[in-house]
Write a protein that binds this ligand. Sequence first.
Ligand code: TMP
Length: 445
Amino acid sequence: MPVRRSSIRWEMVEIELRGAQFREAKHAMSSWLPCRGCGLSDFPLGGSPWSPRHRAMVPMVDLGNLPLANRLLSVTSTSNAPYPLVVYYCHNCALIQLADLVPRTEMFTDYVYLTSASKTMMEHFDRYAEGITRRLDLTAKDRVLDVGSNDGTLLKAFQRRGARVLGIEPARNVASIAEAAGVPTLTNYFDLKLAKRLEKVRLVTANNILSHVGSLRDFLATVAHVLRPNGLFVFELPWVADVLRNNSFDMIYHEHLSYFGLKPLTRALREEGLFLVDLEYYPSIHGGTFRGFASPSFEEPSHLVKEMSAREEKEADFWALRDFSERVPKLAHHLRDMLLSLKKEGKRIAGYGAPAKATILLNYCGIGRDILDYASDTTPLKQGKLIPGVKIPVVSPELARTKPPDYYLLLAWNFRQEILAKEREFLDKGGRFVVPFPQPEFVDS
Ligand code: TMP
């Protein structure tokens, strides 16, 4: 992939790479990593091609070896092999990312995450379908293609408004939930081979999917292929600036290969013939989510695209990531100490929710069964299983109510509002929550 020299801030590269060398030494990378966004692996500065000084990608955050976040264990299964979890920064395009180490079949064949697990997301996706139907003036002639369609929550909302829909979902178990609900769904990964068999569509949606995609550029090229000239690609992603600001390192897990800022994303889209023309921003969805609108034809980007891109220059650059990497271990110690003090006082603590994030938070912080009795989660697919690594049992909220703790560690912190409203009675009876981010704090009635 060609790289324009003008896009590289050479002096910065020199300084920044020096700072990162000690980390580099810790991670003898087995291969020379190309960036998932821009494709660059090394800067053409000359000298030894193996010198870390010339690499575009530098390791910045090392969370150690952690189990796959969504792979809950059955009570009899003990297989939860940990994989290294190291975040890299690309000095060329600023994309924050993991190196692809885990085969995707290990992560996406049988999936336990259901979009419909929260009222917040159901309502969010309903408003999403409403907004886009109006924006594009969708009619029954138009077809909506949702990539990573999960249990079909979004497509059902489009169906209710009269659109024809098709879901693409590689996880067989969740695809069959969508099918059973009347949402036509192909159990496939989205690639050019598949796209060539599909009719061109007016709208492609992909929510919280681009982060999971290994071949990002191929994926975007496939979207561009399947869109009609007047079509639109609409996608949602957690904004990396929010992840860094909120210290929410538990958003980092093996499934999430990229942590998007607008700058690297705009560039990758453009190089595949798509233009980021507009944005919407949802501060309370997954801790801060943007909805991007990308068109195959050029338009001047909206004010919000420019404003958020400008904020990223400070909030999601190399230095912001470096500061984040220094705050994370401190926060983890602090959280564990808080919980241990409660245990010393004889308090009972349980987890609230068993999201994928919890695997990372609990294992990284060393919060095991000596601290948490169980984690309560509404998803039947998760109940009766164990959070990998720490082996904390996941129970139904009904079961949890028979043995309520004194404190809930809010593992599904992204649904804080919904959960605190739902647990009024627990709070009124003197129960308290420990909210881990942006800094661990207690919440009571
Ligand atoms: P997520 O953060 O990956 O979206 O997952 C949230 C998890 O929290 C999901 O497994 C459902 C669970 N949950 C509850 O158990 N109770 C609740 O009230 C809500 C909103 C979510």
